[in-house]
Design a protein around this ligand. Structure first.
Ligand SMILES: Nc1ncnc2c1ncn2[C@@H]1O[C@H](COP(=O)(O)OP(=O)(O)OP(=O)(O)O)[C@@H](O)[C@H]1O
Length: 271
C-alpha cells in the first residue's frame, strides 16, 4: 500500500502540501492533476522519501515510512520515479549499462540482470535503438530508457512525472501503450501530468490538487465533468468530456471508443 495521511510539507515558511490524504493502492492507474506550482512534484518527492513531511505521513505497506537508509532502500526497490527530464536519470552512454546500473548497485547476479534488462527493453520498445549511444537518442527515446531503468527494479509502483511532455503524437501513443503494459503486469502507476486528455484516458482514479490541497477525487469521468471545479483548479476539461457535456454525445473513454460509437450511430441512422 502506498498512501499519504494528512501530509503537510513546506520548503520554507509557506506550506506547499496542506494535509493531503491520498491512496495510490486502490487503483491501477491514478492520475494527479493541478496547475503549475500546486505541489505535484513535491508530492512525488515525498512519496519516494527524497523529502520528508513536517506533519502527517507517507504510508508504505500500511505503516509510516521508515526514513533509515535501509528503509529507503527497501522503498525505492518497490516505488520508483521517472522524472520529467530523462537526462536527470541517465548516467551511462550505453543503454544496457544505464538500465542495469541500479541492479548492479544492489548486487543482483549478471544472468538475472541480463534477463531483466531484456524484458524492460521489450516493454518500452527500445530494441531498435538499443546499441546507439544515449546522447544520440531523441527526447522520447531517452524517456523510454529512463522508464526501462525504473522497470528493471520490478517495482510495484511507478511514479511518472509528465510522461508525455515533449513527445510527438506517436511518442505519446507509444507512452500510453507502455503504461498499459506496465499495468498488465499487475503494477500500479501514478501519473502527474498537464496532459488532461492523457490522464482522462489512462487513469482509473484522479486527484485534483489546488494550492496544495485535494480539490476533487474520483473517477476521471466524474471528476472532469465538474466544470466549475476544473476551472477553479486552473485546468480544462478533456475533449471527450466537452463533447459529452456541450453536445450531449456519449461519454467515451478514448478516441477509438468515441469513433466506434459515432460510426455505429451514423450507420444505424443512415440505414
Ligand atoms: N526546492 C524548492 N525550494 C523552495 N520552494 C520550492 C522548491 N521546489 C518547489 N518549490 C515551490 O513549491 C511549490 C510547488 O512546486 P512543485 O514543483 O511541487 O509544483 P508542481 O505542481 O509540480 O508544478 P509544475 O506543474 O509546474 O511542475 C511551488 O510554489 C514552488 O515554487
Amino acid at each position: 500500500m502506498l498512501a499519504t495521511e494528512s501530509l503537510w510539507f513546506r520548503y520554507q515558511d509557506e506550506p506547499v502540501l496542506k494535509g493531503v490524504s491520498l491512496d495510490f493502492s486502490r487503483h491501477s492507474v491514478t492520475g494527479l492533476v493541478g496547475a503549475n506550482g500546486c505541489g505535484k512534484s513535491t508530492l512525488f518527492m515525498n512519496l519516494s522519501g527524497i523529502l520528508k513531511p513536517q506533519k502527517g505521513a507517507v504510508l508504505w505497506q500500511g505503516k509510516p515510512l521508515d526514513y533509515s537508509k535501509r528503509g529507503l532502500l527497501a522503498l525505492r526497490q518497490q516505488v520508483t520515479t521517472v522524472f520529467q527530464d530523462p537526462e536527470q536519470q541517465i548516467f551511462y552512454t550505453d543503454i544496457d549499462s544505464d538500465i542495469a546500473f541500479a541492479l548492479r548497485n544492489l548486487g543482483i547476479d549478471e544472468a538475472e540482470i541480463a534477463r531483466r534488462v531484456e524484458e524492460a527493453l521489450t516493454l518500452v520498445d527500445a530494441h531498435a535503438f538499443r546499441h546507439q549511444p544515449i546522447q544520440c537518442l531523441s527526447h522520447g527515446q531517452k524517456k523510454r530508457v529512463a522508464i526501462a531503468g525504473a522497470l528493471v527494479l520490478q517495482a510495484k509502483y511507478l511514479l511518472l512525472d509528465e510522461p508525455t511532455a515533449g513527445l510527438d503524437p506517436s511518442g505519446r501513443m507509444q507512452m500510453i501503450e507502455i503504461i498499459r503494459r506496465i499495468v498488465a503486469q499487475g503494477n500500479h502507476v501514478v501519473i502527474s501530468s498537464h496532459d488532461i486528455d492523457l490522464i482522462y484516458e489512462v487513469s482509473d482514479a484522479v486527484y485534483v490538487l489546488n494550492h496544495g490541497e485535494v480539490l476533487a477525487e474520483g473517477t476521471p469521468e466524474a471528476v472532469f465533468s465538474r466544470h466549475a471545479c476544473i476551472q477553479q483548479a486552473g485546468l480544462t476539461q478533456p475533449w471527450l468530456v466537452k463533447l459529452h457535456l456541450e453536445l450531449g454525445l456519449p461519454l467515451c473513454k478514448n478516441e477509438a471508443d468515441f469513433f466506434a460509437r459515432m460510426r455505429a450511430t451514423y450507420i444505424q441512422e443512415a440505414s
